[in-house]
Write a protein that binds this ligand. Sequence first.
Ligand code: ADP
Ligand code: MG
Length: 708
Amino acid sequence: MPAMPNSGAKPGQSDHRANHFIARRQLILQQRKSLPIASVEKRLVEEVRKNDTLIVVGETGSGKTTQLPQYLHNAGFCQDNKIIGITQPRRVAALTVAKRVAEECNVELGQKVGYSIRFDDMTTAATRIKYMTDGLLVREALLDPHLSKYSIIIVDEAHERTVHTDVLLGLLKNVQYARSKTSTINKNIGKMNDKKNSENKQSQGFVLKPCQTSKLAPLKLIIMSASLDARCFSEYFGGAKAVHVQGRQYPVDILYAYQPEPDYLDATLIAIFQIHLEEGPGDILAFLTGQEEIESVERLIQERIQQLPQENNKITTIPIYSSLPSEQQMNAFKPAPSGFRKVILATNIAETSVTIPGIKYVIDPGLVKARSYNPVTGMESLIIIPTSKAQALQRSGRAGREGPGKCFRLYPESEFIKMADSTVPEIKRCNLSNVVLQLKALGIDDIIGFDFMEKPSRMTIVKSLEQLLLLGALTDDYKLSNPVGVQMARLPLDPMYSKALIVANEFKCLEEMLIVVSMLSVESIFYFPREKLEEARAARKNFSSSEGDHITLVNVYRAAADCLEKGKNANMKEKTMEKTLNKWCRENFINYRSLRHARDIHSQIQGHVQQMGLNILSCGEDMLQFRRCLTAAFFLNAAIRQPDGSYRAMASGQNVQIHPSSVLFRTKTDCIIFNELVRTNQTYVRNLTRIDPLWLPELAPQYYATEG
Ligand code: ADP
Ligand code: MG
């Protein structure tokens, strides 16, 4: 337990701190008691006792995520050292909520209350309430198929229907079935014909063997959702009971734009200052589509503030998006300095995942960045699309949590009417290679027969199977290959990136590939502010490689590492070193937050590959070797130059352009491999390297047959 803070303080000071501490505890207690969910604590606990599967629906901010796990813990659901697991679609939510709940429980984070997200584990043997991402729990099932540590699993934000949530729901249904059979099996050990039993299960879509361990109690499942339509979950879980938690919502005035806005970033900026100058006090929440957009609006606000007279320039901006470094994520919850207006720039994470207090004004451009998959070409891309009506309503609802509010929709009402009612589940619009690989690793071979809540198209599944076969993760009869498939499933990365690391081990350039994969796992390392475009371009030249973007990224990473190394040699403190790196990044137009994240990811994957027994060797100056390795890894994404200067993606036949952000933009390279497809009004490829087309049949003969 964290002691009251009095270490080394003078007597008077320590009294003051103790008072502050007591006041804070009282405030938290009061806040908890006043949450809508508090009045139904007893009833919820009873329902969980009575039902193995329960659906809890309640408006955002009613206290579901922070309170229910505590109620269940207090009601004794963690007996025998069992854990209550709560899954979130997003890292930020898992982390910020865990921090909050640890504070509410007055314990140190990582003790009774902890979180675990990809590349960051804050749990110990003492952890009883564990927040995590849904993807992470799927991975845990690889090691512990019956999730035997858990007494209860709460799938939170189920309405978001991320691909991981959907896979998880299917898996949990299996686990629950297997665990419900434990007691019967243990009673009848020896009598039961296991083979027959497993045949029965297959026919119902169940694939997991009942567990043989004694003492494994049935798994309780709670599905939580902010959308009122709980029917689909209830039906999927055989008519499971649904409980509604009343929320509290003040009226929100909805204002529409008269006409569509051509540039939504500009429109957002104008709306922010209009509210700031014309409306009463209250914080602003603006929904943007991603890190890049958030950071560019952040910069524009800072610039514009400087032009305002002093009495009007009291604005603080706070970004919040999934990959934000963890120590910055809690900033959104801190009140603004006195007299300042807080402007939160968020992705759709702030729709329902995190509830930020103090919001009175919402700005909604009506757009969201979403995955989109074309099963014919096998290509996935990120596109910016209109939100659904359900999302628009959630967004405007954020303005009315603490009092009446206003929502500025930056599009005309006629557009709202045209929006789809709800968002298409992600599983229907993404590449499924990762899902298929994980299910295979869990021993689920019949992917098409798997009991998904909503079945992805057969074509998408077949395409993913083909892709995994080509990557060598599956054998010819579509079983997980050993060791390649097994190793790929173990790495918390997209299958193509996992494969790249394994290939790089053979090519003796794993050091370079580790850097590339880490740098590709974050959003934009470079930034190009509109008003300093030339300066930014010149800065990038210092790192540019004529071979392409991958080697350029390696150069940036190494230059940053040198900068830190120098600090270390000069005996700088950790904090000073980070400050120096931050300054270096600004001078070089490199995104410090992205670089930090990439460094975190690097150290985590490094741990994984070391555990796998791979050798982290460098190819030194031999960039030819490294480019050949990139070709062997990313051969599925090769494109060849056409007479008109565009490129044709070889796998899909699709016509693509080199993205202006690439170092190979405007060069006349014959053949490239690329990592990312971006669709705006054109289809662009990003992160490319120049290769020799002859390497393709040589290094990927399974795909590129030699002519003749
Ligand atoms: P729900 O899951 O029903 O949307 P939550 O349990 O997330 O609701 O939130 C309940 C309350 O706790 C909200 O009023 C929210 O503002 C507050 N809260 C949640 N996380 C934090 C945090 N990190 N700091 C301060 N307050 C928080
Ligand atoms: Mg919640």
